[in-house]
Write a protein that binds this ligand. Structure first.
Ligand SMILES: Cc1ncc(COP(=O)(O)O)c(C=O)c1O
Length: 381
């Protein structure tokens, strides 16, 4: 009865773990969630006030499918001034969340049997978006820690390769790709005529290094679709607002899909972000300061327990290898959930990292410190 497309889709492992945690919670067990993919902060007051005003001013209906003109202009301004990408509003499509922007990009570019390259570790939804599009995934493990492995990426490019998906700052590793690496990637994409989908949702959550948009690099403009959103920057995951920016042909193709699916992104959210976007750096600062404090606590704490950790330079996750005498990650996370009451995510969902786990620090320091204590006593018992 159901489509083949559905048969190809896998359930989200994160959601499965969360359900398991909920089930334990319903039995009265106190679980500390370090599995969370969203900031534990309130949306900044400025954004909420702007949204309330927008609702009162009648921004409660459909907007133009591509987005409110003032938001598209504000995004184009931001991309030009902060990211160095030479775009106008005509290169922008506003979407209900960056996830939707990514899905449109996959659907706009990939036919059944086409190939997409995913450097790992990577966010599991990329695989499933490829599945929805009927495309085949070629995954490439990292080099020198969590860096892009350009040689192996190039070796996998074949006649059917249409796209490569990158994400910096990275979920789950927290890695921030260097300008030099991205220059190499853009050069490769141009030479082999493939599109880079660059997922930049963690752009503002960065502690070391600086964010580079591949679309700003020489020749990048024609070969990069930049995807971003406001879920993480403004802690507004529930509002659903994101965008893609890229070559007009791709933006128009994605816009067609949106016209016949979501129609548009929420009106009041668009209006609010149009008003505050220019002040994003100021609004995000306190949140990033707190994330950094947590990172600086969690990394040495894990090292003391013999986890092999690379210091994340961005996002709010750490992706360590678990101590050698522990079982593989899928069993380890179950053990930690059941015995320590701490919910973390197995690295197996991020491209088969069976000895790694993703620990989110989108939880307050008190809970993180309690969770560390519980993990410590579980693994040493
Ligand atoms: C790497 C990455 N891209 C995209 C998203 C989706 O964000 P949005 O809420 O804008 O759809 C997430 C959310 O967890 C993410 O981790």
């Amino acid at each position: 009865m159901l489509s083949l497309r559905i048969a190809r889709l896998r359930e989200s492992a994160t959601i499965r773990m969360m359900e398991k945690a909920k089930e334990l919670e319903s039995r009265g067990v106190e679980i500390i969630h370090l599995d969370v993919g969203e900031p534990d902060f309130q949306t900044p007051k400025e954004v909420m006030d702007a949204a309330c005003n927008a609702m009162r001013d009648g921004y409660t209906h459909y907007t133009p499918s591509r987005g409110l003109p003032e938001l598209r202009e504000a995004i184009a301004d931001k991309l030009r001034s902060e990211n160095g990408i030479d775009v106008t509003a005509s290169n922008i499509l506003v979407t209900p969340g960056s996830k939707q922007a990514l899905l449109y990009t996959f659907l706009a570019l990939l036919d059944e049997g086409d190939e997409v390259i995913i450097p790992t570790p990577a966010w599991p939804s990329y695989w499933e978006m490829a599945n929805i599009a009927g495309a085949i995934v070629k995954q490439v493990p990292p080099k020198d820690g969590f860096g892009l492995n350009l040689e192996d990426i190039e070796a996998l490019i074949g006649e059917k390769t249409k796209m490569i998906v990158i994400n910096s700052p990275n979920n789950p590793s927290g890695a921030v790709f260097t300008k030099e690496t991205l220059e190499g990637l853009v050069e490769l994409a141009i030479r082999r005529k493939i599109i880079i989908a660059s997922d930049e949702v963690y752009e503002k959550i960065i502690y070391e290094g600086s964010h580079v948009s591949p679309a700003s690099l020489p020749g990048g403009q024609e070969f990069v679709v930049t995807v971003n959103g406001f879920s993480k920057t403004f802690a507004m995951t529930g509002w659903r607002l994101g965008y893609l920016a890229g070559p007009k042909q791709i933006v128009e193709a994605a816009a067609k899909i949106q016209q016949h699916s979501a129609t548009c992104a929420p009106a009041f959210a668009q209006k609010a972000v149009a008003e505050v976007l220019a002040h994003a750096d100021k609004l995000v600062k306190p949140m990033v300061r707190e994330f950094r404090r947590r990172r600086d606590f969690i990394v040495p704490s894990l090292e003391k327990m013999d986890f092999n950790v690379r210091n994340p330079a961005g996002a709010f996750y750490v992706f360590p290898e678990i101590p050698g005498d522990e079982p593989d990650a899928p069993d380890f996370v179950e053990k930690i959930l059941e015995k320590a009451g701490v919910s973390i995510t197995s690295g197996s969902s991020f491209g088969g990292f069976n000895r790694s786990v993703r620990i989110s620090y989108a939880n307050n320091l008190e809970n993180i410190s309690k969770a560390i204590e519980r993990i410590r006593s579980t693994i040493s018992s």
